[in-house]
Design a protein around this ligand. Sequence first.
Ligand code: SAH
Length: 225
Amino acid sequence: MPESQLEGAKESLIKRLKDRGYLSSASVEKAFRRVPREEFVLPSTRGGAYRDSPMSIGHGQTISAPHMCAIMCESLDLKPGMKILEIGAGSGYHAALCGDIVGELGDQGPGHVYTIEIVEELIEFGRANLERTGYADRVTLIQADGGKGLPEHAPFDRIFVAAAAPRVPPPLIEQLKPGGIMLIPVGSRGFYQELMMVQKDLTGKTTTRRWGGVAFVPLRGDYGH
Ligand code: SAH
Protein backbone atom coordinates (compact mmCIF):
# COMPACT_ATOMS: atom_id res chain seq x y z
CA MET A 1 0.00 0.00 0.00
CA PRO A 2 1.49 3.42 -0.93
CA GLU A 3 2.42 5.73 1.97
CA SER A 4 -0.31 8.26 0.99
CA GLN A 5 -2.97 5.55 1.34
CA LEU A 6 -1.58 4.60 4.77
CA GLU A 7 -1.80 8.27 5.82
CA GLY A 8 -5.43 8.35 4.64
CA ALA A 9 -6.20 5.13 6.52
CA LYS A 10 -4.59 6.59 9.65
CA GLU A 11 -6.69 9.77 9.48
CA SER A 12 -9.92 7.74 8.99
CA LEU A 13 -9.01 5.58 12.00
CA ILE A 14 -8.33 8.65 14.16
CA LYS A 15 -11.68 10.14 13.12
CA ARG A 16 -13.51 6.90 13.96
CA LEU A 17 -11.80 6.63 17.35
CA LYS A 18 -12.79 10.24 18.09
CA ASP A 19 -16.39 9.75 16.92
CA ARG A 20 -16.72 6.69 19.19
CA GLY A 21 -15.30 8.56 22.16
CA TYR A 22 -12.12 6.47 22.52
CA LEU A 23 -9.84 9.39 21.68
CA SER A 24 -10.63 12.52 23.65
CA SER A 25 -7.44 14.41 24.50
CA ALA A 26 -5.20 16.40 22.18
CA SER A 27 -2.03 14.70 23.46
CA VAL A 28 -3.25 11.16 22.75
CA GLU A 29 -4.57 12.20 19.33
CA LYS A 30 -1.18 13.74 18.52
CA ALA A 31 0.59 10.53 19.60
CA PHE A 32 -1.69 8.46 17.33
CA ARG A 33 -0.79 10.77 14.44
CA ARG A 34 2.96 10.68 15.14
CA VAL A 35 3.60 6.99 15.90
CA PRO A 36 3.52 4.96 12.64
CA ARG A 37 1.65 1.71 13.49
CA GLU A 38 2.74 0.24 10.12
CA GLU A 39 6.31 0.11 11.51
CA PHE A 40 5.20 -2.07 14.46
CA VAL A 41 3.32 -4.82 12.58
CA LEU A 42 4.77 -7.68 10.53
CA PRO A 43 5.85 -6.41 7.07
CA SER A 44 3.34 -8.77 5.43
CA THR A 45 0.41 -7.05 7.24
CA ARG A 46 1.62 -3.44 6.78
CA GLY A 47 -1.32 -2.54 4.50
CA GLY A 48 -3.78 -3.34 7.30
CA ALA A 49 -1.97 -1.39 10.00
CA TYR A 50 -4.84 1.11 10.47
CA ARG A 51 -7.65 -1.40 10.83
CA ASP A 52 -9.07 -1.23 14.32
CA SER A 53 -8.16 -4.80 15.26
CA PRO A 54 -5.40 -6.69 17.06
CA MET A 55 -2.89 -8.29 14.65
CA SER A 56 -0.51 -11.21 14.99
CA ILE A 57 3.12 -10.30 15.60
CA GLY A 58 4.17 -13.98 15.68
CA HIS A 59 5.03 -16.30 18.59
CA GLY A 60 1.34 -16.46 19.54
CA GLN A 61 1.28 -12.75 20.51
CA THR A 62 -0.59 -9.74 19.15
CA ILE A 63 -0.28 -5.98 18.85
CA SER A 64 -3.36 -4.56 20.64
CA ALA A 65 -6.21 -3.00 18.67
CA PRO A 66 -5.94 0.80 18.26
CA HIS A 67 -9.15 1.45 20.27
CA MET A 68 -7.66 -0.53 23.18
CA CYS A 69 -4.46 1.56 23.00
CA ALA A 70 -6.60 4.72 22.98
CA ILE A 71 -8.59 3.55 26.03
CA MET A 72 -5.35 2.74 27.86
CA CYS A 73 -3.60 6.01 27.05
CA GLU A 74 -6.68 8.11 27.94
CA SER A 75 -7.47 6.23 31.18
CA LEU A 76 -3.85 6.41 32.34
CA ASP A 77 -4.07 10.23 32.14
CA LEU A 78 -0.47 10.48 30.89
CA LYS A 79 1.44 13.74 31.36
CA PRO A 80 4.86 14.93 30.15
CA GLY A 81 7.63 13.98 32.57
CA MET A 82 5.98 10.82 33.97
CA LYS A 83 7.83 7.54 34.55
CA ILE A 84 5.85 4.62 33.13
CA LEU A 85 6.15 0.85 33.47
CA GLU A 86 4.54 -1.35 30.81
CA ILE A 87 4.42 -5.13 31.14
CA GLY A 88 4.18 -6.83 27.74
CA ALA A 89 6.15 -4.79 25.19
CA GLY A 90 5.18 -6.98 22.21
CA SER A 91 5.73 -4.83 19.13
CA GLY A 92 6.61 -1.75 21.18
CA TYR A 93 3.71 0.22 19.66
CA HIS A 94 1.82 1.02 22.85
CA ALA A 95 5.06 1.91 24.63
CA ALA A 96 5.90 4.31 21.77
CA LEU A 97 2.47 5.99 22.09
CA CYS A 98 3.05 6.46 25.84
CA GLY A 99 6.63 7.62 25.18
CA ASP A 100 5.40 10.19 22.71
CA ILE A 101 3.34 11.82 25.48
CA VAL A 102 5.48 11.43 28.61
CA GLY A 103 8.82 11.95 26.82
CA GLU A 104 8.03 15.66 26.46
CA LEU A 105 9.56 18.00 29.05
CA GLY A 106 7.75 17.98 32.40
CA ASP A 107 8.54 20.07 35.52
CA GLN A 108 11.36 17.65 36.42
CA GLY A 109 12.59 17.01 32.85
CA PRO A 110 11.45 14.52 30.21
CA GLY A 111 9.66 11.35 31.27
CA HIS A 112 10.47 7.77 30.29
CA VAL A 113 8.78 4.44 29.53
CA TYR A 114 10.24 1.14 30.72
CA THR A 115 8.61 -1.78 28.94
CA ILE A 116 9.21 -5.44 29.79
CA GLU A 117 8.88 -8.45 27.50
CA ILE A 118 9.27 -12.11 28.50
CA VAL A 119 9.31 -13.77 25.04
CA GLU A 120 12.90 -13.74 23.87
CA GLU A 121 12.08 -13.83 20.14
CA LEU A 122 10.06 -10.60 20.46
CA ILE A 123 12.78 -8.54 22.15
CA GLU A 124 14.71 -7.77 18.97
CA PHE A 125 11.49 -7.11 17.02
CA GLY A 126 10.28 -4.56 19.58
CA ARG A 127 13.67 -2.90 19.98
CA ALA A 128 14.21 -2.61 16.22
CA ASN A 129 10.75 -1.05 15.79
CA LEU A 130 11.44 1.52 18.52
CA GLU A 131 14.85 2.39 17.08
CA ARG A 132 13.65 2.71 13.48
CA THR A 133 10.83 5.06 14.51
CA GLY A 134 13.01 7.24 16.77
CA TYR A 135 11.46 6.25 20.12
CA ALA A 136 14.43 4.33 21.58
CA ASP A 137 15.58 7.42 23.53
CA ARG A 138 12.34 7.65 25.52
CA VAL A 139 11.40 3.94 25.68
CA THR A 140 13.66 1.24 27.17
CA LEU A 141 12.74 -2.38 26.39
CA ILE A 142 13.92 -4.91 28.96
CA GLN A 143 13.79 -8.71 28.86
CA ALA A 144 12.39 -10.00 32.17
CA ASP A 145 9.34 -11.39 33.95
CA GLY A 146 7.21 -8.24 34.20
CA GLY A 147 5.02 -9.58 37.00
CA LYS A 148 7.90 -8.79 39.32
CA GLY A 149 8.03 -5.20 38.10
CA LEU A 150 11.30 -3.34 37.79
CA PRO A 151 12.45 -2.50 41.34
CA GLU A 152 15.63 -0.74 40.12
CA HIS A 153 13.56 1.98 38.41
CA ALA A 154 10.58 2.09 40.83
CA PRO A 155 8.41 3.83 41.85
CA PHE A 156 6.32 4.54 38.74
CA ASP A 157 3.67 7.19 38.10
CA ARG A 158 1.75 4.77 35.92
CA ILE A 159 1.83 0.99 35.39
CA PHE A 160 0.10 -0.72 32.52
CA VAL A 161 -0.13 -4.50 32.14
CA ALA A 162 -0.83 -5.63 28.56
CA ALA A 163 -1.49 -9.30 29.45
CA ALA A 164 -4.22 -10.85 31.63
CA ALA A 165 -3.20 -11.86 35.16
CA PRO A 166 -5.07 -14.19 37.56
CA ARG A 167 -4.75 -11.42 40.20
CA VAL A 168 -2.90 -8.12 40.61
CA PRO A 169 0.80 -8.98 41.25
CA PRO A 170 1.75 -7.54 44.69
CA PRO A 171 5.18 -6.25 43.47
CA LEU A 172 3.38 -3.98 41.00
CA ILE A 173 1.23 -2.45 43.74
CA GLU A 174 4.39 -1.85 45.78
CA GLN A 175 6.13 -0.18 42.83
CA LEU A 176 3.26 2.27 42.15
CA LYS A 177 3.92 5.83 43.38
CA PRO A 178 1.48 7.45 45.82
CA GLY A 179 -0.93 9.29 43.50
CA GLY A 180 -0.23 6.68 40.81
CA ILE A 181 -2.56 4.69 38.56
CA MET A 182 -2.26 1.09 37.33
CA LEU A 183 -4.37 -0.57 34.64
CA ILE A 184 -4.41 -4.36 34.53
CA PRO A 185 -6.68 -6.98 32.95
CA VAL A 186 -7.56 -9.57 35.59
CA GLY A 187 -9.24 -12.89 34.88
CA SER A 188 -9.00 -16.25 33.24
CA ARG A 189 -6.83 -17.36 30.34
CA GLY A 190 -9.90 -17.26 28.06
CA PHE A 191 -11.26 -14.44 25.96
CA TYR A 192 -12.80 -12.37 28.72
CA GLN A 193 -11.21 -10.48 31.56
CA GLU A 194 -12.05 -7.43 33.61
CA LEU A 195 -9.85 -4.37 33.16
CA MET A 196 -9.06 -3.08 36.66
CA MET A 197 -7.90 0.39 37.59
CA VAL A 198 -5.82 0.47 40.78
CA GLN A 199 -5.27 3.92 42.28
CA LYS A 200 -2.86 4.62 45.11
CA ASP A 201 -3.65 7.74 47.11
CA LEU A 202 -1.07 10.05 48.67
CA THR A 203 -1.21 8.11 51.95
CA GLY A 204 -0.37 4.88 50.09
CA LYS A 205 -3.90 3.37 50.33
CA THR A 206 -5.09 1.61 47.17
CA THR A 207 -8.58 1.37 45.72
CA THR A 208 -9.57 -0.83 42.80
CA ARG A 209 -12.34 -0.13 40.28
CA ARG A 210 -13.64 -2.25 37.42
CA TRP A 211 -13.38 -0.52 34.08
CA GLY A 212 -15.10 -3.15 31.88
CA GLY A 213 -14.66 -6.34 29.86
CA VAL A 214 -11.55 -6.84 27.72
CA ALA A 215 -9.63 -9.66 25.95
CA PHE A 216 -5.86 -9.90 26.42
CA VAL A 217 -3.31 -12.71 25.99
CA PRO A 218 -2.41 -14.44 29.29
CA LEU A 219 0.37 -13.13 31.53
CA ARG A 220 3.20 -15.65 31.91
CA GLY A 221 5.85 -15.95 34.59
CA ASP A 222 5.66 -16.20 38.39
CA TYR A 223 2.46 -14.12 38.70
CA GLY A 224 0.88 -15.41 35.48
CA HIS A 225 -1.33 -18.29 34.44
N1 SAH B 1 1.74 -3.74 24.14
C1 SAH B 1 1.94 -4.64 23.01
C2 SAH B 1 0.94 -5.77 22.97
C3 SAH B 1 1.29 -6.76 23.98
S1 SAH B 1 0.56 -8.35 23.89
C4 SAH B 1 1.96 -3.90 21.70
O1 SAH B 1 1.69 -2.70 21.69
O2 SAH B 1 2.28 -4.54 20.69
C5 SAH B 1 1.13 -8.91 25.47
C6 SAH B 1 2.62 -9.18 25.57
O3 SAH B 1 2.90 -9.52 26.92
C7 SAH B 1 3.12 -10.34 24.72
O4 SAH B 1 4.14 -9.89 23.87
C8 SAH B 1 3.64 -11.34 25.76
O5 SAH B 1 4.76 -12.07 25.33
C9 SAH B 1 3.98 -10.42 26.94
N2 SAH B 1 4.06 -11.06 28.27
C10 SAH B 1 3.30 -12.05 28.77
N3 SAH B 1 3.67 -12.33 30.04
C11 SAH B 1 4.69 -11.48 30.35
C12 SAH B 1 5.48 -11.28 31.53
N4 SAH B 1 5.31 -11.98 32.64
N5 SAH B 1 6.45 -10.33 31.47
C13 SAH B 1 6.64 -9.57 30.37
N6 SAH B 1 5.91 -9.72 29.22
C14 SAH B 1 4.94 -10.67 29.22
